[in-house]
Ligand binder design. Sequence first.
Ligand SMILES: NC(=O)c1ccc[n+]([C@@H]2O[C@H](COP(=O)([O-])OP(=O)(O)OC[C@H]3O[C@@H](n4cnc5c(N)ncnc54)[C@H](OP(=O)(O)O)[C@@H]3O)[C@@H](O)[C@H]2O)c1
Length: 384
Amino acid sequence: MKKISILGSTGSIGVSTLDVIERNPDRFELVGLAAGSNVEVFAEQIKKYRPKIASLFDTTKIEELKARVNGVDVKIVPGQEGSVAVASHAEVDLVVSGMVGCAGLVPSYAAVSAGKTLALANKETLVVAGEVILREAKKNGVSIIPVDSEHSAIFQALNGEDPERIRRIILTASGGPFRTFSREQMETVTVEDALKHPNWDMGAKITIDSATMMNKGLEFIEAKWLFGLDTQIDIIVHAQSIVHSMIEFVDTSIMAQLGIPDMRVPIAYAMTWPDRAECDLPSLDLAAMGNLTFEAPDFDRFPCLRLAHEVMDAGKTLPAVLNAANEIAVQAFLDRQIGYREIPELIESTLERHTPHAADSIEDVLNADGWARNEARQLLTAKA
Ligand SMILES: NC(=O)c1ccc[n+]([C@@H]2O[C@H](COP(=O)([O-])OP(=O)(O)OC[C@H]3O[C@@H](n4cnc5c(N)ncnc54)[C@H](OP(=O)(O)O)[C@@H]3O)[C@@H](O)[C@H]2O)c1
């Protein structure tokens, strides 16, 4: 019986993880849940799944949470201290890291420090602090198992293969809702347009990241940390999101992993690896799909892809600054403060103002993150 904590249980990844646990009662036992501020959904989850420990980041809602779960035997710990306690609880074997943004960094690091297997959806953790997290994982003999469908695909295609024999990784991208849009068409897109992802049903931040293709940029950085900094990684646009990614080996053979676009599959794989679980989902109907298409990405129309490559090459604190500025820009877009095309502009302006320094510790990364948020907010105020 694997004992599980979920970071970000009220989100899209969190809800899918609870569904996987519910479908496999003989395999998993839930120990801890952590959420941000959605007190209604969180209280219902606590009442239904009965974790031993639960944490709500928003300390102003703790009393309301306690009232809503009155009578349930659960330890409630507020704030980041709470999510760290959920991640490092003595009974837990595996932590599903499904918070959004850099908020996931400290609890994910706590899980790794406490020797827990990390099923990682929160790609921002590796983007901002890849070196620090991997060093800590190595020190504690911890496995980091990717949940992102693309990285899960690469992980699955690598099964039993020698990583030394990889020629390149081919990371697939849906291209998002504006895949075929000209720059002029992009000028007038709305928040509602950007929130309509063609294939995946996800949280708002990653959906906007998919529309700007920053999501693929972040995944490119995540893949570098997971599968080797020297590994060549090419991005290919595959609008149907059926081939989740591929590896080309030195003999030119390509291994691909295909599947329906449902996050419960890679989540279950990360939780059961090296085994697999019955998922009770419909099989992929390739005949009904008809065609699978592939095209080169356009770094000019999607400048976030270029920015992500540049910060990965430059390293140091630049990936943390890119990520923080992106979080501010995406929120400003969702709040209708800036337009879609201003997202990469704000990120690039923030990066230009940054003097990179070493990102050797969580503190270094958090300082760079804080600096970038401040700077991006000032740039926003100056624009208004
Ligand atoms: N959704 C997908 O299909 C998918 C696929 C691949 C990778 N990912 C990655 O998985 C992560 C989560 O994505 P998502 O789509 O599930 O996002 P989401 O639906 O927006 O959920 C985010 C979760 O994080 C929680 N949260 C936010 N800030 C927090 C904080 N400071 N402390 C504690 N909890 C906090 C939220 O809590 P409240 O709602 O209670 O505020 C919510 O539970 C992202 O890194 C994303 O890139 C997602």
